[in-house]
Design a protein around this ligand. Structure first.
Ligand code: GDP
Length: 145
């Protein structure tokens, strides 16, 4: 199993001021932050990031939403990071998310569902490289990865 996942605090959650509370849940969940930045994606950036979803009916709406304001992107490190983070964030639709999960607590609806989390180790590496260079990622000793 890989040991990183890529998260974004999505625009609505950033705007509502939930970033700090979400980061607190993340660190309390045992994840270490390797890299982090606030960033506003262009429409083209969002289309590239979500390219795997381009055939889905909500692709246009989703990429417009994700480029509508700043997001906070972070690379999170933990053993079994992808699987454990998806458990911490809860189901895609906050209505189905378990109590205490990030999406249950901070999502607005299925699209503005508070946070992104990678769905595989392979995509975690691709998504981490989308936002961060190697020089922006740090190991636990504070050195460049
Ligand atoms: P995730 O891995 O849990 O984020 O879910 P998916 O990979 O299936 O979808 C990616 C993102 O698309 C979700 O996090 C939502 O922001 C959005 N999304 C998923 N399903 C829908 C939908 O039915 N309608 C809309 N508008 N957005 C959706």
């Amino acid at each position: 199993m890989g040991n990183i996942t890529l998260t974004m605090v999505k625009p609505t959650a950033v705007e509502k001021g939930y970033t700090g509370k979400i980061l607190e849940k993340i660190t309390a969940g045992g994840f270490r932050i390797q890299a982090m930045k606030m960033f506003r994606m262009s429409k083209a950036d969002a289309e590239k990031f979500y390219e795997v979803h381009k055939e889905r009916p909500f692709y246009g709406e989703l990429t417009a939403f994700m480029s509508s304001g700043p997001i906070v992107a972070a690379v999170l490190e933990k053993e079994n990071a992808v699987k454990d983070y998806r458990k911490l964030i809860g189901a895609t639709n906050p209505k189905d998310a378990e109590e205490g999960t990030i999406r249950k607590l901070y999502a607005t609806d299925i699209q503005a569902n508070a946070v992104h989390g990678s769905d595989s180790d392979e995509n975690a590496e691709i998504e981490a490289s989308f936002f961060f260079s190697k020089r922006e990622r740090f190991n636990k000793d504070g050195n460049i990865i």
